[in-house]
Design a protein around this ligand. Sequence first.
Ligand code: KG4
Ligand code: ZN
Length: 350
Amino acid sequence: MTKIIGIETSCDETAIAIIDDKGNILSNLVISQIDIHKEFGGVVPEIAARNHAIIIDKLIKKSLNEANLDFKDLDAIAVTAGPGLIGGVIVGVMAAKMLASIYNKPIIAVNHLEAHALTIRLTCAIKFPYLLLLVSGGHCQILLTKGVGNYQKLGETIDDALGEAFDKVAQMLGLEYPGGPKIEKLAQNGNENKYKLPKPLEKSKNHRYDFSFSGLKTAVRREIEKITEENYNHNIHQKLSETEKSNIAASFQKVVADNIINRIQNILKDYDLNTKNLVIAGGVAANQYLFSKISNFMKNHDIKTSAPAINLCTDNGAMIAWAGMERLKLGLIDNLDFKPKARWQLALNE
Ligand code: KG4
Ligand code: ZN
């Protein structure tokens, strides 16, 4: 059986996993640096890289122990080669290249976004082509996934990524980074029709499939100013009651869900996609409210919606190992001299 180790260091998680070609996850370790970056309100690239470097060797060893394997038992090494914070990406790539040259194993340079896009196939038998809503802290795109390395971009954000918008709204409500899961929890007790927020780009003829969250974020800020009758400041959330916070979170989430559905509706109107599947991937795919609203809508179009298990939605090593497995099966291995990349587009039409 083919076994691959996946190494992920592109943001603030050091993540190592070992999987086999049947989709068994033999080990899946994620060390988050959230507590280290919390006081800065976001990820500090240099600090992230240093902390990846401190623990990566130990984590690889631990992963092998957990899977009860020796490095020489592995068939290949998959590593995130971008896009991401370059210092962190370099740490992962250096570790992977060193191990590949010592043990003489094939290496696969994985695009982090492709890993999110393909993760669903680790646990579900979904065939190409499928529509993909890729929503993470750094990205927000709708693509048609035609095959490994073959993506057609249909729409994307023209400003903030969706995870970023969740994190910023959370910050306004006094919630710590990463705010997405906290907004989701808060929204459960809220009235989603309480505040009327703008529906981004829904009147734009040129951006029928695109996203924009910057104006929505400003609208939330104005709403907070209206409620508190105060100019925006970093402590303004202290003037909001728990009910008001929940209502804001719920109203924000509702507009986001409706807006995503509107974008997909436009795509379905304008394209003949020839697919029965929508996959939601990336950290925001962990959001159960968004998932259920979108999947209910898709049912009317006879399209099934899927998302990876929550621990496979947010950054992890198994998704990198699986993207490596898909590539290895097609003979797509890399030379040892590939370069780590801060930017790396997924679709050729970008
Ligand atoms: O994919 P990911 O782990 O890292 C990147 O590659 O960016 O995504 C992290 C993002 C963060 O912005 C986080 O707030 C968001 O995903 N997120 C969520 C939820 N869980 C994570 N957003 C909304 N609802 C959630 N349940
Ligand atoms: Zn990610």
